[in-house]
Write a protein that binds this ligand. Structure first.
Ligand code: FPP
Length: 224
């Protein structure tokens, strides 16, 4: 969800207003995604590197997250969204951690859409925690295969992404789902996240539908 800060600055507003506008966008994107048949939507809200931002901005984002959880959980639940989290909950206040865990618990049986919030998430941090746990579990090196690594990732119970959308004109992956994105399709758009509406989502999905995904293989020849 990139570009919140620039969205606000362009309007002469403090950056935090951009994060507020970006948060407002989450509801409409989630609903539209569910309606067009997307069953797993993962939103990257805060990276392990975002702690380097000025304290005021970090505190503002944490406040917005706490308010959004309190305000949106009931509606998400009514609409059948299941909330999940990937990343580390360390560094969050016990109240915020509990609020997130309560929302996850409340919505755990919903199946309209699985909305995964990547908060305090980094792909390298995810791989490091997986390696540490694999070693701590004394796994025989001969038993380490891709399926085993998948089971140690934060994303162990969601499928790998088909499409990764990055807003705001940046052409980087920035440590997002490093392992899981091996065969993902990317969609880059100059649109800033608060302006990335349901129409833009549909446009990205339509473009994705025309991609030729070969997963390293070749297309079978067309029968004469
Ligand atoms: C990226 O834009 C956005 C963030 C680092 C924070 C996103 C946070 C929220 C949407 C609010 C809290 C989360 C939830 C799920 C309610 P940027 O600040 O890097 O923008 P810029 O590149 O234009 O500076």
């Amino acid at each position: 969800m990139d570009g919140n800060g620039r969205w606000a600055t362009k309007r002469g507003l403090p950056r935090i207003n951009g994060h507020e506008a970006g948060t407002e966008n989450i509801r409409r994107i989630t609903i539209r995604a569910g309606e067009i048949g997307i069953r797993y939507l993962t939103l990257w809200a805060f990276s392990t590197e975002n702690w380097r931002r000025p304290r005021d901005e970090v505190d503002g984002i944490l406040r917005i997250l706490a308010e959004a959880i309190a305000r949106e959980t009931d509606e998400l639940h009514e609409r059948g969204a299941q909330l999940r989290h990937i990343g580390s909950l360390d560094g969050l206040s016990p109240e915020l951690r509990d609020a997130i865990l309560d929302s996850i618990e409340l919505t755990r049986n919903n199946d309209f859409i699985v909305l995964t919030l990547a908060f305090n998430y980094g792909g390298r941090a995810e791989l490091l925690q997986a390696i540490r746990r694999i070693v701590a579990d004394d796994v025989d090196p001969n038993d380490i295969d891709e399926a085993l690594v998948n089971r140690y990732l934060y994303t162990c119970d969601i499928p790998e992404p088909d499409l990764i959308i990055r807003t705001s004109g940046e052409y980087r992956t920035s440590n997002f789902l490093l392992w899981q994105s091996a065969y993902a399709e990317y969609f880059f758009t100059p649109v800033l996240w608060p302006d990335f509406g349901p129409q833009e989502l549909v446009q990205a999905v339509n473009e994705y539908r025309h991609r030729d995904r070969r997963f390293g293989g070749i297309k079978p020849p067309v029968a004469e």
